[in-house]
Design a protein around this ligand. Structure first.
Ligand code: INI
Length: 176
């Protein structure tokens, strides 16, 4: 599978200066929820495969993950809110594919999904990851879901783990 080296692997500790904080790419102490949209499932199933693969590789065992399905990207914020508010998850990864069609539906679905997910993470202080592809056509979506431009599902799990670990450090950090 193609990987984006600038996104994956641990944050570059060697370039950090004293006092800088990053979140490690180690999921062994985390519980992660993934919400996947069924619409355009020829793409979203590939995103989910990438997510499963990365959950395994970052040490998030089956009893520390949940995968839920929603009909489309428009429903992702509602499910993410319920999961974030449950207090059971360190991060919620949201996967979807919004592909531009002939109508303006695309703009409403993509826009509401993005702003809804951002609102949930700011309201709950639980990282909510925007693993939603917004593309002009199916080819671009396939390229980004395990094709030549990586896999957004995989990258979204890395982002979730890094951000969840960073938040733990930020909340407990005492400035020197
Ligand atoms: N849902 C998607 O996830 N992707 C799309 O491309 C899409 N388009 O283009 O219509 C889409 N629509 C469905 C939407 O997410 C809701 O499920 C539906 O409107 C019911 O609320």
């Amino acid at each position: 599978m193609a990987e984006a080296p600038h996104r994956l692997g641990d944050p570059p500790d060697s370039r950090q200066r004293p006092g800088e904080l990053t979140g490690k790419h180690d999921g062994s102490s985390l519980t992660i929820a993934v919400v996947c949209a069924r619409f355009n499932d020829e793409v979203t199933l590939r995103l989910l495969e990438g997510a499963y693969d990365r959950l395994d590789r970052l040490g998030i065992t089956e009893d520390h993950r949940l995968v839920a399905w929603v009909p489309g990207a428009f429903e992702l914020p509602l499910a993410a809110k319920a999961l974030a508010e449950s207090g059971r998850y360190d991060a919620v990864v949201c996967l979807g594919a919004v592909i531009r069609g002939e109508t303006s539906h695309y703009d409403f679905v993509a826009g509401e999904c993005a702003s809804g997910l951002q609102r949930v993470q700011l309201d709950t202080c639980v990282p909510v990851i925007f693993g939603v592809l917004t593309t002009e056509n199916i080819g671009q979506a396939l390229d980004r879901s395990g094709g030549k431009l990586g896999n957004k599902g995989d990258e979204s799990v890395v982002t979730a783990v890094e951000t969840a670990n960073l938040l733990t450090r930020l909340k407990g950090h005492t400035p020197v």
